[in-house]
Design a protein. Structure first.
Length: 286
């Protein structure tokens, strides 16, 4: 099939008018395990009046299709800044972000975002929140309702499909946010501490559900977290960042099978090693 002819839901679409809810089709030619996104020599500087703060310095990272990569580092090191730059919500000072052969110059439907604070519409039901992006993209009503319900079921909320947001617990709200991002089939899903505000029990349940999702799909996820345990449990690779200005300290490849045993000796030893290094980085400066 030529690049000008992409098939979505049984219908052929031209590359120049590809539906915004299926931009992952643009990258169907890239096999799983090959590089989908490249972050190259990224630098981000915040300027206020006559003061400059370098948040990210010479950051380079390839991200493979179908992998979950976690970013972990000291508090304030620039993890969210990096995610916002990839999402197109922040213009880098220098460097570039490439998805396939396309440079990211602003927000785009090829990147989906899951926020820590849910960012849901309280006047809409669960199903309507999940379908919002499809509605904006002009997806026909019957199709968007079917797809929205499918993803509501994927995150285990089919019994609450018509509930209002105020009727949900924190964990349920975050599941709605995840379903809303995944239903759009973005090439890259960006998650900014999505489970950070949840209690420990709910957080573990959400981690297990995310593992289920990534085991049954080719989703590519960039995941920001402060939890070393969470990063090791979820990730194919863990990128450990230095304190600001943020650079890559170490990239850890995790070949452990899923689901993972958090009590396994190699798991606990690696967790101790990372925590010890982060403890050194988190020392308050005078």
């Amino acid at each position: 099939m030529s690049e000008a002819e992409i098939k979505i839901e049984g219908e052929k679409w031209g590359k120049q008018r590809l539906r915004a809810d299926r931009t992952d089709a643009l990258y169907a030619r890239i096999p799983k395990g090959e590089t989908l996104m490249r972050i190259e020599h990224l630098r981000v500087v915040y300027r206020t009046d006559d003061k400059e703060t370098v948040a990210i310095e010479d950051f380079t990272l390839p991200v493979k299709k179908g992998e979950l990569v976690s970013l972990i580092g000291p508090s304030g090191c620039g993890k969210t800044t990096l995610l916002r730059a990839i999402a197109g919500l922040l213009q880098p000072t220098s460097g570039q972000i490439m998805i396939g052969d396309q440079q990211c110059r602003g927000p785009g439907s090829d990147r989906g975002m899951v926020f820590q604070d849910f960012a849901l519409f309280p006047w809409r039901t669960v199903r309507q929140n999940v379908a919002f992006g499809l509605e904006i993209a002009g997806v026909p009503r019957a199709e968007r309702e079917e797809r929205a319900l499918r993803y509501v079921k994927t995150v285990g909320l089919e019994k609450f499909a018509d509930a209002r947001i105020h009727e949900l617990s924190g964990g349920m709200k975050q599941r709605v946010g995840i379903a809303r991002a995944l239903v759009m089939h973005p090439a890259i899903t960006l998650m900014d501490e999505p489970f950070g505000a949840l209690d420990a029990q709910t957080r573990n349940i959400m981690q297990e559900q995310l593992v289920e999702i990534i085991q049954h799909s080719e989703r590519t996820i960039l995941f920001v977290t402060h939890s070393v345990d969470e990063a090791l449990y979820l990730s194919d690779r863990v990128v450990v960042l230095s304190k600001r200005p943020s650079t890559i300290h170490k990239v850890l490849d995790l070949s452990w099978p899923r689901p993972r045993d958090r009590t396994a000796p190699e798991f606990t030893q690696l967790r101790r090693d990372i925590l010890a290094w982060l403890g050194e980085q988190n020392v308050m400066e005078n």
